[in-house]
Design a protein around this ligand. Structure first.
Ligand code: HEC
Ligand code: HEC
Length: 366
């Protein structure tokens, strides 16, 4: 009997010790607990007619989360030698592209693809990157950090840099309620950047104003509009709207738009694009990108092969190459120069830089 009581006493003592010990560990290092955690919801102003902005349940948008993501995006601390930031290849004034055919990362390393616009990126749900290889912005954000030709930074090293940082550790507390800087991890880095990316929204171009009945288009833009949307039976159907459709001016689907002459031989593609999924017929297909702000995002196509919109129109007019998986909606248009020009003018009516005026879009460091 006595032995039994003793055992129970020992057991409870050890339980108490265990709890105390765990508690000690946390109290000893709850270094951020004194900072208030009072997140304020961030509400995105979604343009009329846009799809719903899907926000993951475990990453609600807050002013604090957005601000943290903004800082991480513009801060070269994210690269191995602190020289390159996300913004080195995504300039706000170029709809977050970089004006280069192939982006340049750490130590001048050159990639093989052209940077992509981040405007309205929060609405793309069928795979990110030119080849759609990543599902969510939360996950996407970590890719350029570790990519050896982008930021080239080991994530564990970055996490240590952020833990040791006097400004960032409290910001992670304010954004995510962590009590201790040791809780900063890759998931929270991805979440913060994704929150910030979702605020970059644009839907007030001259085309949008026209669609809302507020303004008229010029004659040329109007002609381009009819060609683009196949609206006029007397004009050639340019078919553009099937892949670059409203409201985002992308269907976010993957196609071969006839850039390379490969016939039946899929091994010729320099970049296999969607083909990373292992399906031969998807080789050389890329995501149809948005045409919103297209005037600002030259050069064009996944490899930046066309310098101007006139070059792009020349491709769709007479330059379409043969490939077994070329989309049947793309074939040489053979329309007049003035009609090509009209489509270009219409595309220029899709420019809207009002996203630059959204508080928290621009760099906090300038
Ligand atoms: C060295 C230049 C470079 C840097 C640095 C860079 N990017 Fe990019 N970004 C690119 C290129 C090039 C692509 C297209 C890559 C591909 O398709 O494989 C891209 C694509 C993206 C996309 C996909 C957009 C879409 O519509 O699918 C997002 C989002 C993005 N980058 C965000 C970021 C973030 C966040 C950072 C920093 C953590 C960053 N980028 C750093 C060049 C860069
Ligand atoms: C069958 C789908 C499809 C049709 C139809 C189509 N496109 Fe595209 N478009 C794409 C794809 C896919 C890409 C990206 C290809 C790549 O980079 O390899 C693209 C790229 C572009 C680009 C370059 C975008 C950038 O950010 O680099 C422009 C501009 C463009 N298309 C305009 C048009 C116009 C104008 C028309 C009508 C004359 C049209 N497209 C018809 C699928 C299509």
């Amino acid at each position: 009997m006595i032995a039994y009581i003793k055992n129970i006493a020992l057991l409870s003592l050890s339980i108490i010790l265990l709890i105390a010990c765990e508690d000690d560990q946390i109290t000893a290092s709850r270094d951020l607990e004194g900072i208030a955690y009072e997140p304020v919801p961030y509400v995105v102003d979604v343009p009329l007619g846009f799809p719903m902005l899907e926000i993951p349940e475990d990453n609600p948008m807050t002013m604090e989360g957005v601000e943290l993501g903004r800082r991480l995006f513009y801060d070269p601390i994210l690269s191995a030698d602190s020289t390159v930031s996300c913004a080195s290849c995504h300039f706000p004034e170029l709809a977050f592209t970089d004006g280069l055919s192939h982006s340049t990362g750490i130590n001048g390393a050159e990639g093989t693809r052209s940077s992509m616009s981040l405007v309205n990126v929060g609405f793309y749900y069928s795979g990110l990157f030119w080849d759609g290889r990543v599902e969510t912005l939360e996950e996407q954000s970590l890719h350029p950090i570790v990519d050896p030709i982008e930021l080239g930074q080991d994530l564990d090293v970055l996490i240590e840099k952020l833990k040791a940082h006097d400004d960032y550790a409290p910001r992670f507390r304010k954004a995510f309620g962590i009590v201790d800087r040791s809780q900063i991890n890759r998931k929270l880095i991805g979440k913060a950047i994704a929150q910030w990316e979702r605020i970059i929204v644009s839907g007030n171009s001259r085309y949008d104003q026209f669609a809302r009945g507020e303004i008229g288009l010029t004659d040329e833009e109007q002609l381009g509009h009819s060609l683009f949307f196949d609206f006029d039976d007397d004009l050639k159907d340019a078919e553009c709207n099937h892949c670059h459709n409203i409201p985002l001016f992308t269907s976010n689907t993957f196609h071969n738009n006839g850039l390379d002459s490969v016939g039946n031989d899929y091994t010729i593609f320099k970049d296999i694009g969607l083909g990373i999924n292992g399906i031969a017929n998807d080789t050389g297909k890329f995501r149809a990108p948005t045409l919103r702000n297209i005037e600002l995002t030259a050069p064009y196509m996944h490899d930046g092969r066309f310098m101007t919109l006139d070059d792009v129109m020349q491709h769709y007019n007479t330059g379409v190459k043969s490939a077994r998986n070329k989309d049947p909606l793309v074939s040489n248009l053979n329309i007049s120069e003035s009609h090509q020009f009209a489509i270009t003018e219409f595309m220029k009516a899709l420019t809207d830089t009002s996203y630059l005026e959204i508080p928290q879009v621009l760099s906090p460091f300038e």
